[in-house]
Write a new protein. Sequence first.
Length: 241
Amino acid sequence: MTISLYALHGFLGLPSDWDTFKSLKQATHLHRVNLFDHAFYVKGKGFKSWAESFNAHIREKYQTSERVLLGYSLGSRLAMHALLASPTLWSAAILVAGNLGLHSENERTSRREADLRWAEDFKVGQWEDLLLKWNAQSAFGGFPSHFRRNEEAFSREQLVDALMTWSLSNQDNLKAQIQSLNIPILWIVGEMDVKYVLMAQTLNLKHPKSIVLTISEAAHRVPWERPVEFESHVVNFLKTL
Protein backbone atom coordinates (compact mmCIF):
# COMPACT_ATOMS: atom_id res chain seq x y z
CA MET A 1 0.00 0.00 0.00
CA THR A 2 1.33 3.44 -0.93
CA ILE A 3 1.84 5.76 2.02
CA SER A 4 0.01 9.08 2.06
CA LEU A 5 2.48 11.68 3.33
CA TYR A 6 1.10 15.01 4.59
CA ALA A 7 3.81 17.69 4.67
CA LEU A 8 3.49 20.84 6.78
CA HIS A 9 5.75 23.80 5.93
CA GLY A 10 7.33 26.23 8.38
CA PHE A 11 6.74 29.89 9.17
CA LEU A 12 7.35 32.05 6.09
CA GLY A 13 7.18 28.83 4.11
CA LEU A 14 4.95 27.54 1.32
CA PRO A 15 3.55 24.12 0.38
CA SER A 16 5.73 24.21 -2.74
CA ASP A 17 8.85 24.07 -0.54
CA TRP A 18 8.41 20.28 -0.55
CA ASP A 19 8.70 20.08 -4.35
CA THR A 20 12.47 19.84 -3.84
CA PHE A 21 12.13 16.19 -2.89
CA LYS A 22 11.45 14.13 -6.00
CA SER A 23 12.05 10.76 -4.32
CA LEU A 24 9.41 11.51 -1.71
CA LYS A 25 6.93 12.28 -4.48
CA GLN A 26 7.80 8.96 -6.12
CA ALA A 27 7.68 6.90 -2.91
CA THR A 28 4.45 8.34 -1.48
CA HIS A 29 1.25 10.16 -2.24
CA LEU A 30 2.66 13.53 -1.18
CA HIS A 31 0.11 16.05 0.04
CA ARG A 32 1.63 19.52 0.46
CA VAL A 33 -0.42 21.12 3.20
CA ASN A 34 -1.05 24.86 3.41
CA LEU A 35 -1.16 25.70 7.13
CA PHE A 36 -3.64 28.47 6.31
CA ASP A 37 -6.06 26.36 4.26
CA HIS A 38 -9.52 27.64 5.13
CA ALA A 39 -10.76 24.05 5.36
CA PHE A 40 -9.19 23.99 8.84
CA TYR A 41 -7.55 27.37 9.53
CA VAL A 42 -9.38 30.17 11.33
CA LYS A 43 -7.64 33.31 12.53
CA GLY A 44 -6.92 33.14 16.25
CA LYS A 45 -7.42 29.37 16.44
CA GLY A 46 -4.85 27.86 18.82
CA PHE A 47 -2.78 24.71 18.43
CA LYS A 48 -5.33 22.22 19.74
CA SER A 49 -8.26 23.66 17.85
CA TRP A 50 -6.25 23.82 14.61
CA ALA A 51 -5.09 20.22 15.10
CA GLU A 52 -8.61 18.92 15.67
CA SER A 53 -9.93 20.70 12.56
CA PHE A 54 -6.97 19.52 10.48
CA ASN A 55 -7.42 15.91 11.58
CA ALA A 56 -11.15 16.05 10.85
CA HIS A 57 -10.40 17.39 7.36
CA ILE A 58 -7.86 14.63 6.67
CA ARG A 59 -10.19 11.93 7.97
CA GLU A 60 -13.10 13.18 5.87
CA LYS A 61 -11.29 13.98 2.63
CA TYR A 62 -8.69 11.21 2.37
CA GLN A 63 -9.86 7.63 2.82
CA THR A 64 -6.59 5.81 3.38
CA SER A 65 -5.20 3.69 6.21
CA GLU A 66 -1.49 4.53 5.93
CA ARG A 67 -1.11 8.20 6.85
CA VAL A 68 2.26 9.71 7.79
CA LEU A 69 2.68 13.28 9.01
CA LEU A 70 5.75 15.35 8.12
CA GLY A 71 6.37 18.74 9.69
CA TYR A 72 9.17 21.29 9.59
CA SER A 73 9.72 23.90 12.35
CA LEU A 74 6.33 25.57 12.97
CA GLY A 75 4.83 22.79 10.86
CA SER A 76 6.51 20.27 13.16
CA ARG A 77 4.92 21.87 16.22
CA LEU A 78 1.50 21.84 14.59
CA ALA A 79 2.11 18.23 13.55
CA MET A 80 2.85 17.28 17.16
CA HIS A 81 -0.51 18.68 18.22
CA ALA A 82 -2.24 16.77 15.41
CA LEU A 83 -0.58 13.53 16.51
CA LEU A 84 -1.61 14.05 20.11
CA ALA A 85 -5.17 15.03 19.18
CA SER A 86 -5.72 11.82 17.16
CA PRO A 87 -2.93 9.26 17.67
CA THR A 88 -4.79 6.47 15.86
CA LEU A 89 -5.25 8.58 12.72
CA TRP A 90 -1.52 8.56 12.00
CA SER A 91 0.72 5.57 11.26
CA ALA A 92 4.00 7.45 11.78
CA ALA A 93 5.56 10.91 11.83
CA ILE A 94 8.66 12.75 10.64
CA LEU A 95 9.34 15.79 12.80
CA VAL A 96 12.07 18.16 11.61
CA ALA A 97 13.50 21.03 13.68
CA GLY A 98 10.59 20.78 16.08
CA ASN A 99 10.49 22.52 19.45
CA LEU A 100 8.91 20.46 22.23
CA GLY A 101 8.21 23.51 24.36
CA LEU A 102 9.54 25.84 27.02
CA HIS A 103 10.26 25.05 30.67
CA SER A 104 9.60 28.20 32.69
CA GLU A 105 7.36 31.23 32.88
CA ASN A 106 10.41 33.45 32.33
CA GLU A 107 11.10 31.65 29.04
CA ARG A 108 7.46 32.07 28.04
CA THR A 109 7.51 35.78 28.81
CA SER A 110 10.72 36.29 26.86
CA ARG A 111 9.41 34.37 23.85
CA ARG A 112 6.06 36.17 23.95
CA GLU A 113 7.81 39.53 23.87
CA ALA A 114 10.09 38.43 21.01
CA ASP A 115 7.17 37.16 18.94
CA LEU A 116 5.26 40.37 19.60
CA ARG A 117 8.19 42.36 18.19
CA TRP A 118 8.29 40.11 15.12
CA ALA A 119 4.53 40.50 14.70
CA GLU A 120 4.85 44.28 14.71
CA ASP A 121 7.62 44.03 12.13
CA PHE A 122 5.54 41.80 9.88
CA LYS A 123 2.59 44.18 10.13
CA VAL A 124 4.35 47.25 8.80
CA GLY A 125 7.99 46.46 7.99
CA GLN A 126 9.57 46.79 4.56
CA TRP A 127 9.49 43.28 3.08
CA GLU A 128 13.10 42.94 1.95
CA ASP A 129 14.37 44.30 5.27
CA LEU A 130 12.16 41.80 7.07
CA LEU A 131 13.61 38.91 5.10
CA LEU A 132 17.17 39.99 5.84
CA LYS A 133 16.40 40.30 9.54
CA TRP A 134 14.55 36.98 9.67
CA ASN A 135 17.28 35.06 7.86
CA ALA A 136 19.98 36.55 10.11
CA GLN A 137 18.68 34.62 13.13
CA SER A 138 21.28 32.37 14.76
CA ALA A 139 19.15 29.23 14.31
CA PHE A 140 19.77 29.39 10.56
CA GLY A 141 23.53 29.13 11.09
CA GLY A 142 24.42 31.71 8.46
CA PHE A 143 23.00 29.57 5.65
CA PRO A 144 21.12 31.56 3.00
CA SER A 145 17.46 30.84 2.40
CA HIS A 146 16.96 28.45 -0.50
CA PHE A 147 13.80 30.19 -1.64
CA ARG A 148 12.94 33.61 -2.96
CA ARG A 149 10.09 34.81 -0.75
CA ASN A 150 7.90 37.24 -2.68
CA GLU A 151 5.50 39.27 -0.59
CA GLU A 152 2.67 38.53 -3.02
CA ALA A 153 2.77 34.85 -2.00
CA PHE A 154 1.86 35.65 1.62
CA SER A 155 -0.81 37.28 3.72
CA ARG A 156 0.75 39.57 6.31
CA GLU A 157 -2.37 39.14 8.42
CA GLN A 158 -1.85 35.37 8.49
CA LEU A 159 1.86 35.69 9.26
CA VAL A 160 1.11 38.01 12.18
CA ASP A 161 -1.58 35.62 13.41
CA ALA A 162 0.86 32.70 13.24
CA LEU A 163 3.45 34.61 15.26
CA MET A 164 0.93 35.50 17.96
CA THR A 165 -1.47 32.55 18.08
CA TRP A 166 1.12 29.82 17.47
CA SER A 167 3.85 31.47 19.48
CA LEU A 168 5.96 28.97 21.39
CA SER A 169 4.90 30.89 24.49
CA ASN A 170 1.37 29.52 23.97
CA GLN A 171 2.51 25.90 23.60
CA ASP A 172 2.62 23.38 26.43
CA ASN A 173 5.83 21.41 26.85
CA LEU A 174 4.99 18.30 24.83
CA LYS A 175 8.04 16.18 25.58
CA ALA A 176 6.39 13.57 27.82
CA GLN A 177 3.39 13.20 25.52
CA ILE A 178 5.48 12.88 22.35
CA GLN A 179 7.80 10.35 23.99
CA SER A 180 4.82 8.17 24.94
CA LEU A 181 3.25 8.05 21.46
CA ASN A 182 3.09 4.46 20.26
CA ILE A 183 3.91 5.18 16.61
CA PRO A 184 7.27 5.30 14.80
CA ILE A 185 8.74 8.81 14.79
CA LEU A 186 11.75 10.04 12.82
CA TRP A 187 13.05 13.10 14.69
CA ILE A 188 15.55 15.17 12.69
CA VAL A 189 17.77 18.11 13.65
CA GLY A 190 20.80 19.78 12.06
CA GLU A 191 24.07 19.56 13.96
CA MET A 192 24.61 23.34 13.81
CA ASP A 193 21.20 24.03 15.35
CA VAL A 194 22.65 23.68 18.83
CA LYS A 195 19.53 24.29 20.92
CA TYR A 196 17.61 21.66 18.97
CA VAL A 197 20.48 19.17 19.11
CA LEU A 198 20.51 19.44 22.91
CA MET A 199 16.74 18.95 22.97
CA ALA A 200 17.00 15.89 20.72
CA GLN A 201 19.67 14.33 22.93
CA THR A 202 17.20 14.16 25.82
CA LEU A 203 14.44 12.55 23.76
CA ASN A 204 13.51 8.94 24.51
CA LEU A 205 10.84 7.88 22.04
CA LYS A 206 8.69 4.88 22.96
CA HIS A 207 8.26 3.03 19.67
CA PRO A 208 11.14 0.65 18.77
CA LYS A 209 11.19 1.88 15.17
CA SER A 210 11.60 5.52 16.21
CA ILE A 211 14.87 7.27 15.34
CA VAL A 212 16.46 10.49 16.62
CA LEU A 213 18.81 11.74 13.91
CA THR A 214 21.32 14.59 13.69
CA ILE A 215 22.35 15.53 10.14
CA SER A 216 25.81 17.04 9.74
CA GLU A 217 26.63 20.35 8.06
CA ALA A 218 23.11 21.66 8.55
CA ALA A 219 21.39 24.14 10.83
CA HIS A 220 17.63 24.71 11.27
CA ARG A 221 16.59 24.34 7.63
CA VAL A 222 17.88 20.78 7.47
CA PRO A 223 15.80 19.48 4.54
CA TRP A 224 16.99 22.17 2.15
CA GLU A 225 20.56 22.46 3.43
CA ARG A 226 21.22 18.71 3.09
CA PRO A 227 18.47 17.58 0.70
CA VAL A 228 20.07 14.31 -0.45
CA GLU A 229 20.76 13.11 3.09
CA PHE A 230 17.37 14.25 4.35
CA GLU A 231 15.46 12.55 1.58
CA SER A 232 17.47 9.34 1.89
CA HIS A 233 16.82 9.07 5.63
CA VAL A 234 13.11 9.78 5.20
CA VAL A 235 12.65 7.24 2.39
CA ASN A 236 14.54 4.58 4.36
CA PHE A 237 12.42 5.28 7.43
CA LEU A 238 9.23 4.95 5.41
CA LYS A 239 10.39 1.56 4.12
CA THR A 240 10.43 0.23 7.70
CA LEU A 241 6.74 0.96 8.26
